[in-house]
Design a protein around this ligand. Structure first.
Ligand SMILES: Cc1cc2nc3c(=O)[nH]c(=O)nc-3n(C[C@H](O)[C@H](O)[C@H](O)COP(=O)(O)OP(=O)(O)OC[C@H]3O[C@@H](n4cnc5c(N)ncnc54)[C@H](O)[C@@H]3O)c2cc1C
Length: 383
C-alpha cells in the first residue's frame, strides 16, 4: 500500500498519524511546498506575531517524529497534477508518484479584495509560517499598521499588533467586527476588547483602493500604515482536485463522512473539503484547526481499514488579545442569537435555527461550551 498525502497542514499530518495509529503499515509520503514540518498555524496571528514564540516552537511534532513513524516528509515539494485513473501524482519538478490511496489536504489560501492595489507586493497576507515571518519582522520595524478585515484572523492580528506597541487600525465593511458570523451581541464584546487594546476601528467602510501604504474608504482621509495586512477571508486550494475532475461543491471537494471523494482511492480533508458530517446529516464547509485534524484522522483510519467517520460538531477557538472565545457550531446559518451575560466579562451566545440549537459561543464559560456541543449534536431545542 502506497499512501500519498498532498499538503503540509494539520489535515495532512493527522491523516498520516491516523493511518499509523490504525496499524496502517504501507509506505506513507507527505508532499508539501513548505519548508517546515506541519506546524500550529493558529499561533501565527497570536503568540508568534507578538514575538512570544519562535520558529522552532511551532512544529506540531519535531522532524524526528516522521522518521520514527516511517513517514517520508518531502518538504519543498508541490503536487502539480493528479491522475485518478492512473493513480498517479506528478510533482512540479516532473517526477511521478504512484499511489494506492491519496489524501488531498491542500487547505486554503488568503483572498485579496477585488480592489485596485490589493495585490501589491507590500500588502501582506497571513497563512504560512513564511508569511508570518514577514509580518512579524515588518511589525518590528513599524509604528502603525492597517488590518483589512474583521474575521477571526483580522481581529486576532490587529490585537497582537496593538499588544506589541504598533498603532493598529482595523478597517472593515462590517458595522461591528465579526457581526456576519457571530452576530451583533458577540461582535460588540469583541469590539470592546479591540478598543481596550487601543485598536482604532473603521467600521462599515468598504475599501475602495489601496496605494502608497494607505487604505482608502469612502468619506474618510486615507488610512495610512507602515504595514498593511489583508485579512479578507480565504479560498480553498481545490485546483488540483478540479483539474482531476473530482466533484466540487462551493469550490470545495465533496466527500462522504469517511472523506472519500467522487473518485475511488482519493480522499480529501480539512479546509479544502466539503465533507458530509454524520451528526449534522449534511455537508459542511469548515475552516477550523481541530476539524482539519479530525477529518485528516478519519481519512487516515479509513485508508487503514479501521471504522471512522466525521460526526462531531465543528469547533473553533480564537484568542483576541487576552480573551479566548470557544465556538462550536455547524456554521451554516442561524436565525436567533441570545447572549447570556455571566458577569465579570464572561458570556455565552446561543444560536438556533428554527428553534433548534445550532451553535454556542463562550467566553470564560466552559460549562456552556461543553454542554453546548451535546445540545448541538443532539439537535436539542434552544433553552
Ligand atoms: C493565522 C491563522 C490563525 C488561525 N487561527 C485559528 C484558530 O485559532 N483556531 C482554529 O480553529 N483555526 C485557526 N486557523 C485556521 C486553521 O489553521 C485552518 O483551518 C487549518 O490550518 C486547515 O488545515 P488544512 O490542513 O486543511 O490546510 P492548511 O493548514 O492550509 O494546509 C494546507 C497545506 O497544503 C499545502 N499545499 C497546497 N497546495 C499544495 C500542492 N499542490 N501540493 C502540495 N502541498 C500543497 C499548503 O502549502 C499547506 O501546507 C487559523 C489560520 C491562520 C492562517
Amino acid at each position: 500500500m502506497r499512501v500519498v498525502i498532498v499538503g503540509g497542514g494539520p489535515a495532512a499530518f493527522a491523516a498520516a498519524r491516523g493511518y499509523r495509529a490504525a496499524n496502517g503499515e504501507g509506505d506513507v509520503t507527505i508532499l508539501t511546498p513548505e519548508l517546515t514540518p506541519p506546524y500550529t498555524r493558529p499561533a501565527l496571528s497570536k503568540e508568534f506575531l507578538r514575538g512570544e514564540l519562535q520558529d522552532e516552537d511551532v512544529p506540531i511534532e519535531p522532524a524526528g517524529w516522521y522518521e520514527q513513524h516511517k513517514i517520508a516528509l518531502r518538504l519543498g515539494t508541490e503536487a502539480d497534477t493528479l491522475d485518478p485513473a492512473q493513480r498517479t501524482i506528478t510533482l512540479a519538478g516532473g517526477e511521478t508518484l504512484a499511489y494506492d490511496a491519496c489524501v488531498l489536504a491542500t487547505g486554503a489560501e488568503p483572498k485579496a479584495l477585488q480592489v485596485p492595489g490589493a495585490t501589491e507586493e507590500w500588502v501582506l497576507l497571513l497563512r504560512s509560517l513564511a508569511t508570518a515571518r514577514v509580518l512579524r519582522d515588518r511589525a518590528a520595524n513599524s509604528t502603525s499598521a492597517v488590518v483589512v478585515g474583521s474575521g477571526f484572523i483580522g481581529c486576532e492580528a490587529a490585537a497582537s499588533l496593538a499588544m506589541r506597541g504598533v498603532n493598529a487600525t482595523l478597517v472593515t465593511d462590517e458595522a461591528i467586527p465579526h457581526e456576519t458570523r457571530l452576530g451583533e451581541a458577540a461582535g460588540r464584546r469583541i469590539k470592546g476588547w479591540l478598543e481596550e487594546l487601543g485598536v482604532e476601528l473603521v467600521l462599515g467602510g468598504g475599501v475602495e483602493t489601496i496605494s502608497d501604504h494607505a487604505v482608502r474608504v469612502p468619506g474618510r482621509e486615507p488610512i495610512r500604515g507602515d504595514l498593511v495586512l489583508m485579512a479578507a477571508g480565504v479560498q480553498p486550494c481545490a485546483g488540483l482536485a478540479s483539474d482531476a475532475g473530482l466533484e466540487l461543491e462551493n469550490g470545495r471537494v465533496k466527500t462522504d463522512a469517511q472523506m472519500r471523494t467522487s473518485h475511488e482511492h482519493v480522499y480529501a480533508a480539512g479546509d479544502v473539503a466539503f465533507a458530509y458530517n454524520a451528526a449534522a446529516e449534511r455537508h459542511l464547509a469548515v475552516e477550523h484547526w481541530g476539524e482539519a485534524l479530525n477529518m485528516g484522522e478519519v481519512a487516515g483510519k479509513t485508508i487503514a481499514g479501521a471504522p471512522a467517520q466525521w460526526d462531531v460538531a465543528p469547533g473553533f477557538w480564537s484568542t483576541i488579545g487576552e480573551h479566548t472565545l470557544k465556538y462550536v457550531a455547524w456554521g451554516d446559518g442561524y436565525d436567533e442569537a441570545h447572549l447570556v451575560d455571566h458577569g465579570a466579562g464572561a458570556f455565552t451566545v446561543w444560536y438556533a435555527k428554527q428553534g433548534t440549537t445550532v451553535g454556542v459561543l463562550t467566553h470564560d464559560a466552559d460549562e456552556d461550551y461543553e454542554n453546548g456541543r451535546e445540545l448541538i449534536e443532539t439537535k436539542a431545542p434552544l433553552k
